[in-house]
Design a protein. Structure first.
Lengths: 363, 363
């Protein structure tokens, strides 16, 4: 008997059709063919999806729980995504809202290698953490390095590449990363704060391996990665090969028929995100405070021995919001400030210091 | 001056906010920071996204055209997706409906290596093509090979793995593929039809490379790949390394804020899909006949020297629908039949022959 992942979908359907609809999902996400001609008892008992429960939330709106056999994932992360949502992503009126992972799935993917404790200990902090991103793309490496130096002088904990910094001609990874790493390290020697630089990995597996090897040579011990761009198998591999690295995950391309709370709070954590960036409320994305609170709680709560993943609310962060946001999220958080810091221009070191002080001195 | 990709979004917005909304997309998908502090003229002229046009489709419903610099993609397929939709996928009320690719983008990604002509010539056909999928997952390799043999005896053109067949313990790729390839080849020697087997690639780049090398040893010259699962960079790499192979693309996880016509008809083709599977009308997915017609037209139309990609409508195909569908799609098509063929059980060779005859003899 295989263990089963309980996948939970929200389904819009006429009351008369919901049972057939639920069976349809169970079939689509497992054998993907009519059940009648299947005569192999192994397939019927151990592979075919099972409708576990149908609950009416409101008229025409249902929660459907399906049991999907863990062995169908082959314990590969991309195949796992294929099995829990795959073809059903093409159906109108269905969202994957949650899933319950059996122990073998948790063991296979393993969750964060470091999580909150890792993000704190690298910079010798105990409370909330500060972070920013190097922008805009199009800026040459020397200018990015100078910007990183000025920000690091303000005492920030983490500086990441903007997710738009990939391997473009105007600032190739191999030219950019050593210069920025050196600049951040030089500033850290002055401030006494071990500011960390998280470069953004991109491209195929060969390229990511070369990038992380180069980062390692530069004394870097954490990176930014966007699993929906590179694929979850590639993230799984890079994480397994670099158990000493911190992985901050980026939400690019995460829109779609997967509920954000599940995606950012559970799936990213299961797959090994040490810190999961998501769209903060009150910024330029439409996430509600309730949703952000739910994501943060899921990232941090005790669950099946997985280390806590740091929630990273981002998008529209400003200095004046620091107390509000730390009251709201608590101190198990990284506050990621972007554009509003960069707007300080020549005063960026001083503005960064104000932001970091506000984060560090919150109580 | 960089060339620009014109990305076309459908945006729901109040009339008073649409201009700011459009500028917001242009910024989000390029510099991702306030424009005011940017003083580098290279960034302002060559990197910053430009609002090209805003057209009201209906009250509160707009088409927005944004010019995004090609150089920001670094000509990497995943970074290309990051730039054309990335963070904007997290916004409510925005769909990427289309894009116009400049010549450098078309040259970089290149479109299909073989396309329709390749799919026809491998099996010495001139009209519509027939295909089916091996199912259900959970079936052991010897049984899948026997099933493939019985189907191939019916004279089908292409037999692909179900996209659920990955590398699970009960039918590992390395055990399954040689057995199925041999069975299909044996049947082909009897029928005189060069039936091709397309195994499903899965896992990370190392694994896919090993899989395609094994497939090659078995005399296989085409595969199934799901770019939204493995990531577009991995597909780009595998395609570049295997210019003699046919790539049939699978739609798993393609639901989300990208219009299906663009995704299946343009993006898959640009990235090198030789045959693009999508959800057919009248089956278990909700695509309309108009949408399916649009996808097929986009796959096949003359565009910037790209070879035609074969449209592959799938999902709910039945023998009796063959004339209807060939009248609708024309003969530049692969008709993919799945469950309804498998329901024939012991009579599967005869049912396959009927299906293939209906496809081949259509005029």
């Amino acid at each position: 008997m295989s263990t089963r992942i309980t996948t939970i979908y929200r389904v819009k359907a006429e009351p008369a059709t919901i049972e057939a609809r639920a069976r349809g999902i169970a079939v689509e996400q497992s054998v993907e063919m009519p059940v009648e001609p299947i005569d192999d008892p192994f397939v019927l008992e151990n592979i075919l999806g099972q409708v576990e429960e149908i609950t009416e939330i409101a008229p025409g709106d249902y929660e459907v729980r399906i049991g999907l056999a863990s062995i169908t994932t082959g314990y590969d992360a991309a195949q796992f995504i294929n099995m829990i949502l795959g073809n059903t992503s093409l159906q109108d009126g269905i969202t994957l809202v949650d899933a319950i992972f059996p122990a073998d799935i948790v063991t296979a993917f393993g969750g964060p290698n470091h999580g909150l404790e890792g993000f704190r200990s690298r910079v010798k902090a105990k409370g909330a953490l500060s972070a920013t991103a190097l922008k805009p793309q199009g800026t040459p490496p020397a200018t990015l390095a100078r910007l990183a130096y000025d920000i690091a002088l303000g005492g920030i904990d983490y500086i990441k590449d903007d997710h738009g910094l990939a391997d473009q001609s105007y600032a190739p990874f191999a030219a950019r990363v050593p210069m920025i790493a050196e600049a951040v390290s030089k500033a850290g020697a002055k401030t006494g704060i071990a500011t960390r630089y998280l470069p953004s990995l991109n491209g195929n597996l060969d390229k990511m391996r070369a990038q992380i090897a180069l980062a390692r040579e530069c004394g870097i011990d954490g990176v930014l990665i966007a699993p929906m761009l590179c694929g979850f198998s590639q993230f799984q591999t890079i994480k397994a090969e670099n158990p000493d690295f911190l992985f901050m995950t980026h939400p690019s391309m995460a829109g779609g028929p997967m509920a954000p709370a599940f995606f950012f709070g559970k799936l990213m954590r299961l797959m090994g995100s040490d810190a999961s960036i998501f769209a903060n409320y009150g910024g330029r994305f439409g996430y509600s405070p309730e949703l952000c609170h739910q994501i943060a709680s899921l990232c941090l709560e005790e669950v099946q021995g997985q280390k806590p993943c740091v929630p990273v609310p981002a998008g529209g962060m400003e200095l004046k919001r620091v107390p509000e946001l730390l009251n709201f999220f608590g101190t198990g958080v990284i506050l990621l400030i972007g554009g509003s810091l960069l707007s300080a221009k020549q005063k960026i070191t001083a503005e960064t210091a104000k932001f970091c002080d506000a984060v560090r001195n919150f109580s």
